[in-house]
Design a protein around this ligand. Structure first.
Ligand SMILES: [Zn+2]
Length: 246
């Protein structure tokens, strides 16, 4: 493809991209809002699950503790009975030590139980709050999503046509040039290709182009960019030709 045809195709591609931009702009902040809500809902769901999981685990652990408390109490009773019957001081001391250890264990278990109960109270309260918030956000999300879908469906056919048209132009140009074009478009948030405007200025940043650049442009032997803004410069005849074709 000669440079002139490449530039023309690129310029045509941009015309379609600008139409697509226009369609997306009509949707305003809605797509971003819907995405934001989606993220929030996912987060709330995870938080609800985390709390629910804790509450379930707490129930299991509390049962275990009850059982352990029971065992320890029985052990204390047993050692206490045994201690009454011992004959030596050494035996007496050994049992006393066992009893003390068991009592310590008893205290630890009570402490753990208290901790769990306190955390459970907080978790239950949190989970209620989170669930309410989740439902509220879910409702907003659903209505915004419907709104967005309606908006998208309004321009769906148009969008499909542009996407197809875009593909047709893009296929004609080499990958490297396309990615260069897309990079500039991203950086400039809009037009990557601009004509020369009044007083020989770049149509993107309005800086005056050096005379040599203007001569180069007319030769159309390679693709030139503006030294100031990096946009691809296109000779006016291509702009005019494209306008005539449409
Ligand atoms: Zn420029």
């Amino acid at each position: 493809m000669v440079v002139k045809d490449k530039l023309k195709t690129l310029y045509e591609l941009q015309q379609v991209d600008l139409k697509l931009d226009g369609l997306l702009e009509e949707r305003g902040d809605l797509p971003a809002e819907v995405e934001e809500l989606e993220k929030k809902i996912t987060m709330l769901k995870a938080q609800v699950k985390e709390n629910d999981d804790y509450l379930k685990k707490a129930v299991v652990r509390k049962k275990e503790i009850d059982k352990e408390l029971d065992d320890v109490r029985k052990r204390i009773d047993k050692y206490t009975d045994m201690r009454v019957k011992v004959k030596t001081n050494r035996e007496y001391d050994a049992l006393s030590k066992q009893i003390d250890n068991s009592k310590e264990k008893l205290q630890e278990l009570h402490k753990e139980l208290e901790n769990i109960q306190a955390k459970e109270a907080v978790s239950s309260r949190d989970v209620e709050k989170l669930k309410a918030e989740f439902e509220e956000e879910q409702e907003v999300y659903s209505s915004k999503k419907v709104e967005l879908e309606e908006l998208v469906s309004l321009t769906h056919d148009e969008e499909k046509r542009y996407v197809k048209e875009r593909e047709k132009f893009a296929q004609k140009i080499d990958r490297q040039t396309i990615s260069r074009y897309e990079m500039i478009r991203k950086a400039t948030k809009g037009k990557a290709i601009v004509p020369v405007v009044r007083r020989n200025a770049c149509g993107g940043c309005y800086n005056v182009l050096p005379p040599q650049r203007l001569l180069d442009l007319r030769q159309m032997e390679k693709i030139f960019t503006c030294d100031h803004c990096g946009r691809i410069l296109v000779p006016n005849e291509i702009v005019e030709e494209t306008a005539r074709d449409v």
